[in-house]
Design a protein around this ligand. Sequence first.
Ligand SMILES: *Cc1c(COP(=O)(O)O)cnc(C)c1O
Length: 358
Amino acid sequence: MSDLIERLIRPEIRAISAYHVPEAAGLIKMDAMENPYPWPEAAREEWLEVLRRAQVNLYPDPRGSELQAALREAMGIPSEMGLLLGNGSDELIQMLALAVAGPGRTILALEPGFVMYRMIGLFAGLDYIGVPLRTADFSLDLPAVLAAIEERAPALVFIAYPNNPTGNLFETEAIERIIAAAPGLVIVDEAYAPFTDASFVPRLGEWPNLLVMRTVSKMGLAGLRLGYLAGAPALLAEVDKVRLPYNVNVLTQASVTLALRHRARFDEQCRTIREERVTLMAALTALAGVKPFASEANFILIRLPEGRATQVFEALKASGILVKNLDGAHPQLADCLRVTVGRPEENRAFVTALSAAV
Ligand SMILES: *Cc1c(COP(=O)(O)O)cnc(C)c1O
């Protein structure tokens, strides 16, 4: 078997480990940026009715036309822009990578950042450049990014806005400069759009190479797997060619379309999470030995005293709370944990357990 694997599986795939999702049974889940609130009660009966009528014996609408119209309206996508749907935004990253892959083709992202840009680039056979953020505050090092663009002419540049796992927004002007300088596509990844007022959606059309990517995952529908990509229609029509037919299933299309009709209720949940972020940030700021980083997302990155992160992570877990341990994930994330903002009582339990552990 190992002979078979060595002969067949690409060395770069053998060298990595699979995307690790930890066991969370019985724990308060504050590790994965999920919305802690379930489908709104007031829309539950209507949802079940939609599911009852869904025709799962038939293939889904290949383009998800009804869902596309609902997304356009809810998210204010300009009518002259194209829209492409993915099985989560992860699949859109994959489609983009497959559409541009070839010898010497490169993907550029900022580090520390979302690891799937590098992973998917690797799967598609793209070279990868990670440009470090500034160590002190995780701000964007514009000269370094512009130099890398000049030198490597990346086919794809990904900018998470706000960034994961640091939670900050990069300066608008720096992003504008990058879009203007890049010979390839620049994808502004707005996965955390429900938790910030900043967005490049209104800027679509200003540059031919700007795409904006979003997801319904963080607003409370992570289980449905739906991401969307907006940009120049002619460009998206090309990317669409590598999409597998029927990539967004019947139940997802019907459920998200309905959810967008009840968007006010999901917005309300996200507003509560934003308010809780303020409360949690204040509590963390007051804790000796904990340095929280300002966040525009539904999570907060914290730094602990040197060498303590794993011990504190384990102590939190023993208290029934699962967060993300980032110590070792990237040199600039040494001693860091990331906590997703939960319900008020979950956040209080986290702060209590953290203050006991640190
Ligand atoms: C969570 C996240 C995504 C993934 O979204 P899915 O739609 O669930 O695949 C994309 N980008 C960033 C920066 C994220 O943090």
